[in-house]
Write a protein that binds this ligand. Structure first.
Ligand SMILES: [Fe+2]
Ligand SMILES: [Fe+2]
Length: 372
């Protein structure tokens, strides 16, 4: 142990004791300063760093116990030894429970003082090393956890992109969907945990498109009724791909994949369930998915103006959409538009071939029903 780096502060109202202790510690190679009271000690501590504080308990004004109480909170790397009269042992023992490393009794025995100082400094060194080790471990665990979380989210995003890639190669639809759904779930008062899971899971809503044949998925123009029936299967295919996982995010993705085309009035697919029977994640996804489809440009259509798209959402309250979620979506429109502006689709998508599945899906419905 490098004694020259060990700075010790001794606090006692007795001048002769201050001189004695300073002399003993200096001769042992320590650097020693003294203070006459708690107030002076606290002032010195603010200006200089000490490895060890030795404090008398009974002093005029604040006691050594008060000082111990204050330094415990502020100077976690400083060891404390209490100095006490023979009759103060009960108080001294209490000081150990309050965090003191030891106590020495007055009048001081030179050897007892030095042994206590050495032990306290050694224990302090071990505690600092142990704390640093724990902090390093915590930092390592945090960084590995972040790495895992990032790779998991990226894997899910890539899977979602695989579903979109065939008919929507350069669009940021999946990313915007994640953010829109997170915003809407937050607005609906859902927990932080649920919102974070939905942000990832929502991106998987159309992953079932992987199971739809190119002939239908990439067919330009209008779909026949049987082709549309075929394309509707993407909801259940997505559910089968993602369901039964040990991952809560993937299971939520399965729910979203299965229910994002259900309608609040029960006219959606695949189950035709209605109202609150449709899981919240699916109801949230339905609003965000249609808004993003309407406001995105495709080969067969220009992007619809935001006001017009919002008009459709309002018109479809209680029909296609959960009315409360539409109201919340309108309330959060500034945040939604912030996401839309941040994740703009690449311009080359517009000359790139067959139209987007979701929009073609919507288009089919638009041409064949009164909805959207
Ligand atoms: Fe879909
Ligand atoms: Fe979509």
């Amino acid at each position: 142990m490098d004694l020259h780096s060990e700075n010790i502060l001794f606090v006692d109202d007795d001048e002769s004791l201050r001189g004695l202790v300073r002399s003993i510690l200096t001769r042992e190679g320590y650097s020693c300063k003294t203070a006459t009271c708690v107030k002076e000690a606290l002032n010195i501590l603010k200006m200089e760093k000490f490895s060890l504080l030795i404090s008398d308990i009974k002093m005029p004004g604040k006691s050594g116990m008060d000082l111990l109480d204050e330094v415990n909170e502020t100077y976690k790397d400083m060891a404390v030894i209490m100095a006490t009269g023979v009759n103060d042992r009960t108080v001294a023992v209490r000081s150990l429970h309050m965090g003191a490393f030891g106590y020495v009794t007055k009048p001081f025995d030179r050897n007892e003082l030095i042994i206590n100082v050495i032990n306290a400094l050694r224990r302090r060194k071990l505690e600092i090393e142990s704390r640093m080790h724990n902090e390093e471990l915590e930092a390592l665990v945090f960084s590995r956890t972040e790495e895992l979380r990032f790779s998991r989210e990226e894997t899910i995003h890539k899977l979602a992109r695989a579903g979109e890639f065939r008919d929507n190669e350069t669009a940021h639809h999946t990313v915007r969907m994640g953010h829109y759904c997170e915003i809407l779930a937050q607005s609906a008062g859902q927990s932080h945990e649920f919102c974070q899971k939905l942000k990832i899971a929502a991106q998987l809503h159309d992953v079932g498109k992987i199971g739809i044949s190119d002939t239908i998925l990439l067919k330009p123009g209008r779909l026949t009724k049987s082709e549309f029936e075929e394309i509707k299967k993407h909801a259940e295919i997505g559910y089968r791909i993602l369901g039964g996982s040990r991952s809560e995010v993937l299971n939520l993705g399965a729910v979203v994949a299965l229910t994002h085309h259900e309608k609040f009035n029960g006219s959606g697919y695949p189950e035709g369930i209605q109202g609150d029977a449709i899981p919240l994640a699916g109801r949230i996804c339905a609003v965000c998915d249609v808004f993003d489809a309407l406001t995105s440009k495709r080969v067969y259509k220009d992007a619809m103006a935001v006001e017009e798209a919002l008009g459709i959402l309002k018109k479809e309250k209680n029909e296609h959409f959960d009315p409360e979620l539409v109201d919340l979506f309108l309330k959060e429109i500034e945040k939604i538009l912030g996401v839309k502006a941040k994740f703009v689709d690449a311009s080359n998508i517009f000359g790139k071939g067959p139209d987007n599945f979701l929009n073609r899906n919507d288009l089919h419905e638009k041409r064949n029903s009164s909805c959207c």
